[in-house]
Design a protein around this ligand. Structure first.
Ligand SMILES: Cc1ncc(COP(=O)(O)O)c(C=O)c1O
Length: 353
């Protein structure tokens, strides 16, 4: 059921619920099942699950398309990239999330795709490099540099060239931006992050308005076994219900922390797109000192990943040798959660001392 006239905050609460039936539960139940009685649909556990469908209804409605859930964000991005015919030209940013960058590089190294990686994905840079491209991969804001792409303009350029446009909307969430409404073909999510919101699951999603692409992605999920866990889908939907509330609160704290970080003598630069829960900052001094500051946090969790109720941080260049290329050595990515902002600041300030 579509709830178009409702606000996204309301859609997050009401979408994906079973029909109102006296005596039946409000929430879509958790249905562990590897097989189903013959004569209906689904037939086998890889084909579908009522819990996946509930999550898909809700996220699809928020993004304005039809959603296919996957076992992780990278399972979703891999399934989207598997759309490409051999030798297809792909344009992407040089530094999207490193897992996606690896999927692109690995395909290019095997000669499966021709990859054009742009230092900056501006409409002008894309205009110059888009000819013949079959797919343009966009991430905005980017992880971890928080670069922001002019989505409507970039989507227009890509579409005019006949390329499929994919937008990784993990950092902005459907509350922050609506790529499908701006003309993108596919929205991709790591629902592991803000949508799940509690650092207790892995889940991914692809959302599109193209019915045949939706069906191909659904079929590919089954044929590759990139299926979500039943518990994960249940928890992700539960997380989605509170996404607007969590986002609003964490965003307020993020803005406050940005101001305090900018005024701190040990901070060389703060990156913040002006909205959202992610802040990246560079410290003065060495990479070792930045790492020590992360380790010195007592309340803020020193761990990878992001988007949970707990505030966490990590010096991203700790992965530089293997994977994360071009990240400043002292850049610390901070994921702001729901603790009181003064407690967060007290912890950061003592860690930076
Ligand atoms: C922007 C972005 N896209 C995709 C992914 C991959 O998602 P997952 O970890 O759920 O596979 C991540 C994970 O950090 C991410 O931050």
């Amino acid at each position: 059921m579509r709830h178009e006239p409702l606000h996204p905050e309301t859609v997050a609460v009401v979408a994906g619920r079973p029909a109102r039936t006296p005596g039946a539960p409000l929430n879509a139940p958790l249905v562990p099942a590897s097989t189903y009685h013959h004569g209906g649909d689904p037939v086998y556990g890889r084909d579908g699950n009522p819990g996946w469908a509930a999550f898909e209804d809700a996220l699809g409605e928020l993004e304005g398309g039809s959603c296919v859930a996957f076992g992780s964000g990278l399972a979703a991005s891999g399934a989207i990239l598997d759309e490409l015919a051999a030798g297809a030209r792909v344009v992407a940013q040089r530094a999207p999330y490193f897992g996606v960058a690896e999927q692109l590089r690995e395909r290019a190294a095997r000669g499966q795709i021709q990859l054009e990686a742009l230092a900056e994905l501006t409409p002008a840079a894309l205009e110059a490099g888009v000819e013949g491209a079959k797919l343009v991969w966009v991430e905005s804001p980017t992880n971890p540099m928080l670069d922001v792409v002019d989505l409507p303009a970039v989507i227009d350029v890509a579409r005019a060239a006949g390329a499929l446009v994919v937008v990784d909307n993990t950092f902005a969430t459907p509350l922050g931006q609506s790529p499908l409404a701006a003309g993108a073909d596919v929205v991709m999510h790591s629902a592991t992050k803000l949508i799940g919101g509690h650092s207790d699951l892995l889940l991914g999603a692809a959302v599109t308005r193209d019915a045949s692409l939706d069906q191909r992605l659904r079929d590919r999920r089954g044929s590759t076994g990139a299926t979500p866990g039943v518990l994960e889908a249940y928890l992700a939907l539960r997380g989605l219900r509170t996404l607007p509330a969590r986002l609003g609160r964490a965003q307020g704290s993020a803005c406050e922390l940005v101001g305090r970080l900018e005024a701190h003598p040990r901070i060389a630069r703060v990156r913040y797109p002006g909205t959202g829960t992610m802040v990246s900052f560079e410290t003065t001094g060495t990479a070792e000192e930045a790492e020590a500051a992360c380790e010195a946090c007592r309340l803020i969790v020193h761990a990878t990943s992001l988007g949970g109720v707990e505030t966490s941080l990590e010096r991203r260049a700790r992965y530089a040798s293997e994977r994360e290329v071009g990240t400043p050595p002292t850049l610390i990515r901070l994921s702001v959660g729901l603790e009181h902002v003064d407690d967060l600041w007290a912890d950061l300030a003592q860690a930076l001392r």
